[in-house]
Design a binder for this molecule. Structure first.
Ligand code: ASP
Length: 339
């Protein structure tokens, strides 16, 4: 019989409305189980690990990501897959971070949660939880069908590091426009076999050291020199720059000079687009040619969530900014498509 480890971190799925204040607050895992008697009918053994402090995912951080990675490592050989219950707000960050931290993964790590608490009559939590478990235990010829870090939400399975939360009020909370969905649940559970990443040769490795020395420069027409100087001058090693369209920025000299000086000082600048669909093409327009020449890293079609967590991961792995730049531009876990 398959064995699945459910890790409960918090989120709306396990919240209840306080009768007095009406504010949503986390409840413990036993109360969640009481709401889903169907779990007993799943043909698998469920182990549960509940975090001591159950959180709203807005309080998620890299220390908890390391703890998640440690738990996965500790249980890796004894279970067939993992289901992680997590608030939807920052789920895509955690899923992206874990995808980088877990190298040569051959078992499913399925994140899920819900938009309504599991105790609510119209809840989306039960379907999300039941199907996430089904996916985590799904095998073909003794091998896991989805050996990836994924997000399952509203009948769709997404690659974790390709997805983001785009809707705070619909059950359909996630999208991954730059990569096809990995499975869809309807009458049948349909896996998109050709889009699912298969494990590479080599041992499973866990990297727990993330460095969160990262700043974000989100451009807008009219951004001032003072603001850009402050952000680029922050005491960090990596900067994620959210640019226009296919990776473009203003060509004002003060701006490009500031970028050049920042790179020369040993910091890494990664260019991702403010567009949610499409890719960065450094050098396609005059407005990005200089960026390429000065050594800005091309983020291609990476999500904001993947860009931030990949930067944290690489800063923890390497010191040399040129190596970090090269790795940022390399597809490590299916997070980008080099165009
Ligand atoms: N605020 C909640 C959280 O992210 C929202 C959710 O779970 O959907 O923890």
């Amino acid at each position: 019989m398959s064995q699945i480890l459910i890790i409960y971190t918090g989120g709306t799925i396990g919240m209840m409305s306080d009768p007095k204040t009406k504010v949503l607050r986390p409840i413990n895992f036993d109360q969640i189980m009481d709401n889903v008697p169907e779990l007993d009918r799943l043909n698998c053994k469920l182990k549960v690990h509940s975090f001591e402090e159950i959180i709203d995912s807005s309080n998620m951080n890299p220390v908890i990501w390391s703890e998640l990675a440690r738990l996965i490592k500790e249980n890796y050989d004894s279970v067939d897959g993992f289901v992680i219950l997590h608030g939807s707000d920052t789920m895509a960050f955690t899923a992206s971070a874990l995808s980088f931290m877990l190298e040569n993964l051959s078992k499913p790590i399925i994140f899920t949660g819900s938009q309504l608490p599991i105790s609510a009559i119209r809840t989306d939590a039960k379907e999300n939880l039941m199907t996430a478990i089904e996916i985590a235990k799904a095998k073909k010829h003794e091998r896991s069908r989805v050996p990836e870090v994924c997000i399952y939400f509203d009948y769709k399975l997404f690659r974790g590091n390709r997805s983001f939360k785009y809707n705070s009020s619909k059950f359909e909370a996630f999208r991954s426009p730059n990569y096809p969905i990995l499975a869809e649940s309807g009458v049948h559970l349909k896996f998109s076999v050709n889009d699912i990443r298969q494990p590479l040769d080599g041992p499973f490795k866990v990297h727990k050291d993330l460095v969160s020395d990262v700043a974000v420069l989100k451009l807008y027409p009219g951004i001032s020199q003072k603001v850009v100087e402050t952000i680029l001058g922050a005491d960090v090693r990596g900067i994620v720059m959210e640019t226009f369209g296919a990776g473009n920025t203003t060509t004002d000299k003060w701006f490009t000079d500031l970028l050049k000086n920042t790179i020369n000082s040993g910091k890494v600048i990664l260019d991702i687009s403010q567009c949610k669909v499409g890719t960065v093409e450094l050098g396609r327009y005059e407005t990005s040619k200089e960026l390429k020449d000065m050594g800005v890293a091309n983020g291609y079609d990476m999500t904001y969530e993947a860009a931030i967590t990949k930067m944290m991961f690489l800063l923890g792995q390497y010191e040399d900014p040129l190596i970090i730049k090269e790795m940022l531009e390399t597809d490590l876990r299916g997070e980008l498509t080099v165009s």
